[in-house]
Ligand binder design. Structure first.
Ligand code: SAM
Ligand code: SF4
Length: 381
């Protein structure tokens, strides 16, 4: 059965009574599998209306990151202040509400879902959320269910995650030096994280290590980390610090441009640019000596916005259309207003129509404070 395809605006006008043929917006008959970027709602007679989330700049939104909690068992220096105040429980969406929210986005064309936080694996009963979301993998509505974690709980959960269809995982680890690890995470223990990483590997998860590059802290450790990742079969992503939220100390002291890191790495390793893309801010190279990839996430030195395919939701149901902008949409009120999803769907459509062209992160001597007031642990990394 061919499916009708309408862009959001065309669809809205059609609902309002204007023929979509008059609008000039893309719609037409397509047959699967060409419907990849579209989602379906079935109306009578088996006709499916596919409503893609396409923003004003023509970008298809197919990737959702959801922060399932703002809490964490670590206090990384670039991410949180030591004395963080966390959200009251009543403000945080229940696991059932998070499932409904994620499912709405999947209906609207999200193919990749990443749960993050705070630390997603410290949220009580979070495995029930993975279990219920795995139905979308089984139905074929979702390609990828994954998470970003600090690894502290992975020894406990890695196998269960594999059982729910998780295939790959990002684990944050900024250093392999136990003392430095404690300095960076304040509350973390490297040994426990390495156990978690080993458990993920043993369970068959494809592991990617995330490391934030910090001036004067881990800047001379990347050769060792590349060699370790090569031995273990992990890819590595290096991340520049982003000016998000008030932290203890000065971000200018932490900021290390990855252009400099790359130049230094090239003295020891043969790095070959590869065209691999995820629609995000990472640019990848392959290390000839190890055969593994290194991603460079450089939000401050490279503008990655033109290919942005993602949006983020916080654990309170606030949708951020851009990591580096303050504009947001509240999805909790429409979610809680009714058990049907019409209000929620409309709020999502309206928000996507406001997705900005790009961010304005700057860290320099004149811009030492946060570009956005919320912490990364709120929006989710
Ligand atoms: N707790 C999990 C973890 O650490 O992997 C998931 C959430 S954490 C906010 C996601 C990623 O964001 C981590 O890789 C972390 O290193 C990174 N991150 C946090 N704050 C950041 C900042 N200000 N700039 C750049 N990366 C940051
Ligand atoms: Fe916690 Fe992750 Fe932030 Fe570190 S980066 S404090 S582990 S949320």
């Amino acid at each position: 059965m061919p499916a009708l395809v309408a862009g959001i605006h065309g669809f809205k006008r059609w609902i309002a009574g204007t023929s979509p043929a008059m609008t000039g917006y893309g719609y037409g008959a397509v047959t699967p599998p060409n419907t990849h970027a579209f989602s379906g709602t079935t109306f009578g007679h088996g006709i499916a209306i596919f409503i893609a989330m396409i923003d004003p700049f023509g970008r298809h939104i197919t990737y959702l990151r959801v922060s399932v909690t703002d809490r964490c068992d670590f206090r990384c220096v670039y991410c949180m202040a030591e004395d963080m105040t966390f959200l009251p429980k009543a403000d945080v969406l229940s696991l059932e509400e998070l499932d409904r929210l994620c499912s709405a986005f999947i209906r609207k064309g999200v193919r990749k879902l990443r749960l993050t936080g705070g630390e997603p694996l410290v949220r009580r009963n979070v495995m029930t959320l993975f279990r219920s979301l795995s139905r979308h993998l089984q139905s074929g509505a979702l390609d990828d269910l994954t998470l970003t974690t600090n690894g502290s709980q992975l020894a406990k959960y890695a196998r269960e995650l594999v059982g729910y269809g998780v295939k790959r995982i990002n684990i944050s680890c900024d250093t392999l030096d136990p003392r430095k690890f404690e300095t960076i995470t304040r509350w973390g223990k490297l040994e426990k994280v390495l156990e978690g990483i080993a458990a993920a590997k043993d369970a068959g998860l494809k592991v990617k290590i995330n490391a934030v590059a910090l001036k004067g802290v881990n800047e001379h450790e990347f050769d060792g980390m590349i060699a370790w990742c090569g031995r273990e079969g992990f890819d590595l992503t290096l991340i520049e610090t982003m000016p998000m939220g008030e932290i203890t100390g000065d971000r200018m002291d932490q900021y290390l441009p990855l252009s400099l890191v790359r130049r230094r790495l090239e003295e020891s390793w043969t790095l070959k640019d590869v065209p691999y893309r995820t629609g995000g801010p990472a640019r990848y190279v392959e290390v000839a000596e190890t055969g593994r990839k290194i991603g460079f996430i450089t939000p401050l030195t490279h503008n990655f916005c033109e290919s942005c395919n993602r949006v983020r939701v916080t654990c309170t149901g606030t949708l951020y259309m851009c990591l580096g902008q303050n504009d947001a949409a509240d999805l909790r009120a429409p979610l809680r207003a009714s058990e049907a999803d019409a209000h929620l769907d409309a709020a999502i459509d309206e928000a996507i129509s406001r997705k900005p062209k790009g961010h304005d992160f700057i860290i320099d001597r004149d811009h030492r404070g946060p570009a956005v007031p919320r912490h990364m642990s709120v929006t989710g990394g």
